[in-house]
Design a protein around this ligand. Structure first.
Ligand code: SIN
Length: 507
């Protein structure tokens, strides 16, 4: 069966639903497709970083510092400048952001922010509240469906192949927006829902879009530690530290004292690395978060409280056991700040995309913001595409397609063993060998992550190499492009030289 649409949106989190809503309001015929289960957006706790007026430049400086020399300054400035309007629009749609007694927005702080600029809703349930508002605003989502292929012709995108309750169907369309979220579901344990398996990266790579910086997998420093837990691990929001909680080892010593001037509120990569180093020294499996001094903890952090209580912990009286867990992909499909990829008609927004905002390590609470701002702009870019799509000329690539998606592919163990908070060349080489010959999108994405990590012979942002502990100022972005007929990613050679535009950024 073949249907048609002006735009197919893949994914129903903040980016997908925003693009779909704005496009539909402009008269574009949109189909939104989402697989089973909750979105990554719905688990976001901390909030949305928003700066207005003069603070945009300070927010920019914080974002560049966190990004460790690999942010695209123009992209950062452009996206941050759109934050206020995006948040105002969310409020107008009915998002009940938390407010003080005078009615003004309550602002909190997280790692790497020099001031309080993060708005939140439902205490620590920002993502869930936003997801509900955007789902209600429409358009309708076709759930339980997976896009298994994107078709191209000489004009770029031409359609999608969908697996769903009605079997395999196709939709002819000149525009596809990928908004499938991240890859932390490919790890044995992470903060994302199980569906975050990098499907959008594989779809994009298979039609010839370039991806960049996939080695920068951000580990959240404080996932709730539960013995032997795998799959989705509850998050303990960084806002808990933003409001005064401190990280301690068993002996009661600070984890971050002397590591960074911002201490426990240093950028996330630095805190995760400090925890990993303390765990290596002590041989323990977790550290502790002392949040006992925070007033009204259950009201301010209801989601964290519920997760802790389910594990038998009362944050008002007990220390909370925490450890780093896979959380966010800073690299992704290369796009501009309106979601355009290299392939005419193919757009990407949200975590799956690499706009240049995050560099080597995302600043906390810049992700919902990016998803909204880029998705709104991509709706306009898609409208332009519809006006000229039969004029575009493009060389379709004849790339191998392996539809197999074997969930017993060993990928979670391989990634967790070798591409965690700290990595070594030997471990990554071992992962490359173990992944060799494995079929399916999950294995392809894992291979891209490992190859990028192998090539980055330095420590930068959320990529820590024990065998290369220093940052190499000469190294820039890592790229991968397409796949060869055996399904192997084609590398574009070594990591690119560092772009002069960001070379002077220091932290
Ligand atoms: C958190 O609440 O700590 C997560 C926020 C984020 O990932 O930006």
């Amino acid at each position: 069966m073949t249907a048609s649409a002006d735009l197919v949106v893949v994914g129903a989190g903040i980016a997908g639903l925003t693009a779909a809503r704005v496009a539909a309001a402009a008269g574009i015929r949109v189909v939104v497709i989402a697989k089973d289960g909750p979105t990554g957006t719905s688990y976001a706790q901390g909030g949305i970083a928003v700066s207005r007026g003069a603070d945009v430049e300070v927010h920019l400086a914080d974002t560049l510092a966190a990004g460790d020399g690999l942010c695209d300054v123009d992209a950062v400035r452009s996206i941050l400048a759109g934050a206020a309007e995006a948040v105002d629009e969310l409020a107008a749609l009915g998002t009940a952001f938390d407010r003080g007694s005078d009615g003004s927005l309550s602002m909190t702080r997280e790692g790497g922010h020099s001031i309080n600029r993060i708005v939140h809703a439902g205490g620590d349930a920002t993502g869930a509240v936003v997801q509900e508002v955007l789902s209600a605003a429409g358009p309708t989502v076709r759930h339980h469906c997976t896009v298994i292929d994107i078709r191209t012709d000489a004009h770029g995108v031409a359609g999608v192949v969908v697996a769903g309750p009605d079997g395999i169907t196709t939709i002819d369309t000149p525009a596809v927006l990928i908004a499938t979220g991240g890859i932390a579901g490919l790890y044995a344990a992470g903060t994302n829902p199980p569906g975050s398996t990098g499907d959008g990266i594989a779809l994009a790579v298979r039609v010839g879009a370039r991806v960049a910086d996939l080695e920068f997998v951000q580990f959240h420093p404080t996932a709730l530690w539960i013995e032997g837990a795998t799959g989705r691990i509850p998050l303990v929001s960084e806002a808990v530290r933003g409001e005064g909680a401190v990280l301690l080892d068993r002996a009661g010593h600070s984890i971050t004292a002397g590591v960074h001037p911002l201490g426990d509120l240093a950028p996330r990569d630095i805190v995760a690395r400090a925890i990993a180093e303390r765990l290596r020294q002590t041989g323990e499996s977790h550290v502790w978060l002392d949040a006992r001094a925070i007033d009204n903890f259950p009201d301010r952090f209801p989601t964290v409280t519920a997760s802790c209580r389910a594990a038998g912990i009362d944050p008002a009286h007990d220390l909370i056991p925490v450890a780093p867990a896979a959380h966010y992909l800073c690299g992704g499909v290369i796009t501009d700040t309106a979601g355009r990829t290299d392939v005419p008609g193919l757009f990407a927004a949200g975590e799956v995309a690499r706009t240049g905002l995050h560099g080597a390590n995302r600043l906390a609470s810049n992700s919902l913001l990016e998803g909204m701002v880029v998705a709104r702009r991509s709706a306009d870019a898609i409208r332009e595409r519809l006006g000229r799509w039969d004029l575009d000329r493009w060389e379709p690539r004849d790339l191998a397609r392996t539809v197999a998606d074997d969930t017993n592919d060993g990928v979670p163990q391989i990634l967790s063993d070798t591409a965690g908070v700290v990595r070594t060349g030997d471990g990554l080489d071992d992962a490359d060998r173990r992944l060799h010959g494995r079929a399916g999108d999950r294995a392809l994405v894992a291979q891209l992550v490992i190859r990028a990590a192998q090539r980055r012979t330095e420590t930068r942002g959320c990529h820590t190499r024990l065998d290369h502990p220093d940052t190499d100022p000469a190294l820039g972005h890592s790229l991968a492009y397409g796949i060869d007929p055996d399904g192997e990613p084609i590398d574009l050679g070594p990591v690119l030289p560092h772009p002069a535009a960001t070379a002077e950024v220091t932290r």
